[in-house]
Design a protein. Structure first.
Length: 534
């Protein structure tokens, strides 16, 4: 790197209060970040050369410890709720001072310039300062990587300061715990303290984009994956965590646009990110070859264990966490679209992992049903308890992404509704969860079948299919689908106990209705009529 480009980060960092800049590792290559991680004993290599780290106390995001500074301008625009938690400006100042003081005391730091938003019209320049080299590698993998020329005149707009080792004093800092992620739109800064979970970094930027793009650029921001077929047909996949966005968008027959965060403009779909962040629990080469083969030098694997006495990852082991992950840059997969900008979508999939086993594995939605489902944002996880009773835990998360949406869900829903209509998009609901009964009785839908259903849609093979209406959710279920046994298509057929099926379906319908009450006075009659029959 030329001295000119090194001078720029130092000058800018001094501007934000970082003075004692001793070894400052600027814009290191992945190999160097890997070497630094190994030198500091903060990670090891697995047998395929990927860097394996442990993120420490936190192995997932901590939504209750994420704050948005409620200053004069933001107080009235943010939709304050359990995910958008206000913090007073005086506490931001306090935490900022703590963070910069802490960074100034560190023996070395890693700084990286990168950007978000593949569409150059919306590019957002980011500078990240890390306590840990592995977290800097995460930023390299996940954000867009500027070229040397782009770095020459790089002007950072947003800053992320990430210090997992700094524990905050909640009383003094106005936080809930010793860890926090604090977003200030006024200072254009995200402070992450007390947690080493890398996902906070990417979802921090996602949160600000979910504010900036719809408000300032009229771009719909979406928690979805996206890919494009050979004929230029784009599909997008919305869904909450664990529903299959990353898994199902990795399709050897289609070009990947991105696996988690996208914008929908008047003329395209673009990726916010430059990498993928895939779950690795139970990963096998046979079922998910694209992700499996991305685990190589440069990939960063989190919170997995090795088979004893080896450096071979045991993907089945959830002893550290169920949320084991790997991040890798988009170019690690052979079929990534470069740049990650695709055509306007032809098909939208709403992915849900229904652990009650009552939603059909694939169904076609009317425009009203599509809006109803988007606003509902349903999935159900399996929540184990200490007793033997294991009940699925339903989640309704508006727009399939409530934890990351600073604006009222109505804003995103309105934009989606308008775009869906304008571009005449087909909308499908895909249950990647249970079939043949609820969790404990039935089993998860085979990935092979879910992939076949999606392929059938994308190849137009369901265009002339015969449909039947789901008796409870009123959605259209195809009677046949290539490469899928017909008996799995209608959930009722897969349950031995028909009464139990009906009770469970009605029960879930009731949950939908209850959840929707708070939106009822803000939507059209068409959307309200799309409610299931409880
Ligand atoms: P996040 O927002 O947290 O990144 P995601 O929507 O990207 O979540 P995935 O990483 O794709 O979720 O996780 C889906 C998980 O479910 C994977 O581990 C996948 O192997 C597993 N799975 C099992 N059966 C299916 C199925 N029928 N369809 C999709 N995924 C399945
Ligand atoms: Mn994902």
């Amino acid at each position: 790197m030329s001295t000119q480009t090194i001078a720029s980060p130092i000058k800018n960092l001094q501007k934000i209060g970082l003075k004692k800049i001793k070894p400052l590792h600027y814009q290191l290559h992945p190999e160097e970040l890997i070497q630094d991680t190994l030198r500091l004993n903060q990670g090891v290599l697995n047998d395929t050369g990927a860097l394996v780290i442990n993120t420490g106390e936190f192995t997932g995001r901590s939504p209750k410890d994420k704050f948005i500074v409620a200053d004069e301008t933001m107080a009235g625009t943010i939709h304050w709720n359990e995910f958008n938690i206000p913090i007073e400006p005086k506490y931001f100042d306090k935490i900022f001072n703590k963070v910069t003081e802490y960074i100034n005391s560190l023996p070395e730091i890693w700084v990286r310039d990168c950007f978000a938003n593949a569409d150059p019209r919306f590019r957002l320049n980011i500078r990240i300062v890390n306590e840990k080299p592995s977290n800097n590698l995460f930023a390299y993998n996940m954000f867009l990587r500027p070229t040397d020329e782009e770095l020459e005149n790089f002007d950072p707009e947003w800053y992320i300061l990430s210090v997992p080792g700094l524990k905050l004093n909640p009383k003094e800092c106005g936080t809930r715990n010793q860890n926090a992620a604090v977003v200030s739109f006024k200072h254009k800064m995200i402070l992450i303290a007390g947690t080493g979970y890398t996902g906070e970094i990417k979802k921090g930027i996602f949160t600000i984009l979910n504010y900036l793009l719809p408000i300032e650029k009229k771009v719909l921001s979406m928690h979805c994956s996206a890919n494009m077929g050979k004929k230029g047909d784009t599909a997008i996949f919305f869904g909450l965590s664990g529903t299959g966005k990353t898994t199902l968008s990795a399709d050897p027959g289609r070009k990947l646009i991105g696996d988690d965060e996208h914008g929908w403009t008047d003329d395209n779909i673009f990726n916010f990110e430059g990498g993928c962040y895939a779950k690795t629990i139970n990963l096998t080469e046979e079922k998910e070859p694209i992700i499996y083969n991305a685990i190589r030098p440069g990939a960063l694997v989190e919170n997995v264990t090795f088979y004893p006495g080896t450096n071979k990852i045991n993907f089945e082991d959830a002893s550290i966490t169920e949320n084991t992950r790997v991040s890798y840059p988009l170019h690690f997969i052979c079929n990534a679209l470069e740049p990650s900008i695709g055509n306007l979508p032809k098909n939208i999939f709403f992915l849900t992992c229904d652990a009650f086993g009552v939603l059909p594995p694939i169904s076609k939605l009317t425009p009203g049903q599509a809006m109803y489902q988007f606003i509902s944002g349903y999935t159900a996880k399996v929540a184990g308890t200490e007793s033997d009773v294991i009940e699925p835990k339903p989640t309704f998360s508006a727009c399939f992404g409530a934890p990351f949406l600073p604006l009222h869900p109505g804003k995103y829903a309105q934009m989606l509704g308008f775009k869906m209509q304008k571009h005449n998009v087909n909308v499908w609901m895909v249950n990647t969860g249970w079939t043949g009964g609820p969790y404990g009785v039935g089993s998860r839908m085979k990935l092979k079948y879910t992939r076949a259903m999606i392929t059938a849609v994308l190849e137009g093979k369901l265009n002339n299919a015969e449909f039947e209406t789901d008796p409870v959710f009123n959605v259209a279920i195809p009677k046949q689908c290539p490469d899928v046994p017909s008996e799995v298509l209608n959930p009722e057929n897969t349950w031995v106990d028909k009464k139990a099926y009906n009770d469970k379906a009605k029960y879930l319908a009731g949950l939908f209705k209850k959840n929707f009450e708070k939106y009822a006075d803000q939507v059209s009659a068409e959307v309200l009529e799309a409610a299931p029959n409880a």
